[in-house]
Design a protein around this ligand. Sequence first.
Ligand SMILES: [Zn+2]
Length: 195
Amino acid sequence: MFNYILNLLYPNVCGICGKICTDSICKKCELKLHKYKVKNAVNDAVTIFKNRDNNFNHFISIFKYEDIIRKKMIEYKFGDRAYLYKTFAKIILKNEKVCGFLRNYDIIIPVPLHKKRKNARGYNQTELAAKEIANNIPNLKLETNILIKTKNTKVQSLLMKNQRRINIKGAFEIKTCRGRRRGRPKNKRQKNHII
Ligand SMILES: [Zn+2]
């Protein structure tokens, strides 16, 4: 019964073409997505953003954000298609380079949503995918109580580039064992945390 309900919520379909599929993405679609793959999935942020004030060491990007990839991301975030987490997590888990990189970490922190946004949407799309990834990478633990979104910001994609930084400023808090702390986390550069 539990599995039956779960399948209604998260159907066994290919997230891309919608056909019945137990693997969340069918072979045909896997091939179709190949042309959107970027050359280097794991990037050194210091090299790429050398002139920017960045606070992270690496970033992962598997696909170019265009066509079907963009469409599916929008459906996932705004179109009530929570079940697409399985497809996105599967794509990440099938990427050897990315998995090898993730195995170096012990904590995965999904980007949090403000509680009002999460209640309205019913799910946090990054949390669902991060949970699935954590379940499939040995020793990688999901942490959802460390980073909290305290400001209900405007939707970033509706803003101009320069407005996005302002919009997101001061929107997150780090919860330490002594309580919440505003601003930049001191441990952002620690090797074993991935957000
Ligand atoms: Zn398919």
